[in-house]
Design a protein around this ligand. Structure first.
Ligand code: ZN
Length: 501
């Protein structure tokens, strides 16, 4: 794409991207370094930047530039992809009336506070009215996006995972939920209690930090093009492939949250550092979707970080970091890292139960958006759904319907990307194994580049040139399927609990 039209689109798009980067940096600062007193002032800066970005994204000049690139592209797949992605975002932004966007921003900032208060007080009533308003405005937004025709939930899902629909997600869960539910209930009935002592003890935070940085570096994360800081909720935020920021937190009595958390965020970070520099600031220069992003973090966290091969290597660095911790066998650590336990809180869920938490939210959300469940019915519907899928019932709203921040932010359609991430991770891992053979034996030497190189080639270097479905199909040779993931979790349940289902 060297034409004038392409150049013009990239110039205009680059400005939108730069404003987004400035907002991302301010957002990162807010979570890591900003004093509490800065919140109000920061909110107005963010609102101003969002307004400027929106004006540029919906401008007639940008619309003309997209048309010109599309006209010129002919059969050029890169030009067509640039126009497709730019048009997607341009049209989305243009379809939302300004007063609706403002009403949503105001309502969600109020709802965020009432959600926090409601959760602290364990009282759904405190959140009820604001949530009802967020849902009403979200439906209005979905109607605007679909021009009043088509499925409103599809429009919401598509925002996070381009191309997916309520039906395609429902199909994935049909292949997944009954099998997982049966496994989890069989594990609960097995009576097996796994010894978690290899992961527990005293782990000074400074040592955990050194270990985390060491592991992330071995994985291939480049600290000359990235950094790591402390935050309340771990995340990865990227300014460009040369400036990728991770955050972490720790528990001084259990090294799993920090170590696996760093591997998770570094997995996101490797994707960002591997995006093609020549496409930076263009419509296809970024990561393709939240689901594919999550596949990268989950792959490193769960498939690498919990593997026996990884621990054959990690046993020494861990012993070095925590010399007072009693020696452990790799197999015992493997067992401690694969505890399966039905629980009420999604963010603490293990690999096997996790997607049941998402299945519950998906079922509830689609009924909410359809209007089949009212806000007042929500707490009871939540509890019933948990009892049905996980076999346990929340005893409080704080442990039930109030646990996640997403709905207060108007993020409906977001949750399924977590499950897509888990499924894509297993499918990529299986495809890499089929192609590369036994790359895990390199882990035993602390060598991860065969796997990283494969991910760079199949996923990272493409940016958002392909839609997520197409990317997965091209990378693995198959459409997205729950099977590789199910094979993985069945093995966990069999090895650790002696159960099959
Ligand atoms: Zn993540």
């Amino acid at each position: 794409m060297g034409s004038d039209a392409a150049q013009r689109l990239n110039d205009l798009w680059g400005e939108v991207a730069d404003i987004g980067t400035a907002a991302a940096l301010l957002g990162w600062d807010q979570e890591t370094h900003m004093p509490a007193g800065g919140a109000a002032g920061r909110a107005s800066v963010m609102a101003t930047l969002a307004g400027i970005a929106h004006a540029k994204l919906t401008s007639p000049e940008l619309a003309d530039a997209i048309d010109a690139v599309e006209d010129e592209a002919g059969d050029d797949p890169v030009g067509l992809a640039q126009a497709r992605e730019a048009r997607r975002e341009h049209e989305r932004a243009a379809k939302i009336p300004e007063d609706l966007a403002r009403a949503l921003a105001e309502t969600t900032s109020r709802a965020l506070v009432s959600w926090q208060n409601a959760r602290a007080a364990d009282d759904f009533g405190v959140f009820r009215d604001d949530l009802a308003e967020v849902i009403r405005l979200t439906r209005e937004r979905a109607d605007a996006l679909t021009d009043g025709a088509g499925n409103p939930y599809d429009a919401l899902l598509d925002e996070y995972e381009p191309g997916i629909t309520e039906q395609s997600v429902a199909q994935l869960f049909e292949g997944l939920t009954p099998a997982l539910s049966a496994l989890v209930k069989a594990v609960a009935a097995s009576g097996v209690a796994v010894d978690e002592s290899p992961a527990r003890g005293e782990f000074p935070s400074a040592r955990q930090m050194e270990l985390g940085i060491d592991v992330a570096t071995k994985m291939g994360f480049d600290f000359d093009s990235g950094r790591i800081d402390k935050s309340a909720h771990p995340f990865c935020s990227s300014m460009n492939p040369g400036d990728v920021r991770l955050t972490w937190r720790w528990d001084e009595t259990d090294f799993r949250p920090a170590l696996l958390g760093v591997m998770h965020e570094a997995g996101h970070g490797l994707y960002e550092q591997g995006l093609p520099p020549e496409l930076a600031r263009t419509p296809i220069g970024g990561a393709v979707s939240l689901g594919v992003h999550e596949s990268q973090s989950r792959l490193w966290e769960n498939l690498v970080g919990r593997s026996r091969a990884f621990w054959s290597w990690a046993v020494d660095p861990v012993r070095h970091a925590f010399p007072d911790h009693p020696p452990f066998a790799v197999e015992d650590m493997w067992r401690a890292l694969h505890v399966v336990r039905p629980s009420l809180i999604r963010v603490e869920a293990d690999e096997v139960t996790y997607n049941l938490h998402i299945a519950a939210r998906f079922e509830i959300e689609r009924r909410l958006v359809r209007g089949d469940v009212t806000v007042d019915e929500l707490p009871a519907v939540w509890d019933d759904t948990y009892e049905d899928l996980l076999g346990i019932r929340p005893q409080s709203a704080a442990d039930g319907v109030l646990q996640d921040i997403h709905w207060s932010m108007g993020a409906f359609g977001y949750f399924p990307t977590y499950t897509i991430g888990n499924l894509v991770a297993s499918q990529l891992y299986e495809a890499a194994r089929a192609e590369l053979g036994d790359f895990e034996s390199a882990f035993e030497e602390g060598e991860f580049s065969p796997l990283l190189d494969w991910l760079r080639d199949r996923v990272h270097r493409h940016g958002s040139r392909y839609l997520p479905d197409e990317l997965v199909d091209r990378a693995t040779g198959h459409p997205l399927s729950p099977e590789p993931f199910l094979t993985h979790v069945r093995r966990i349940c069999e090895d650790n609990y002696g159960v099959t289902a």
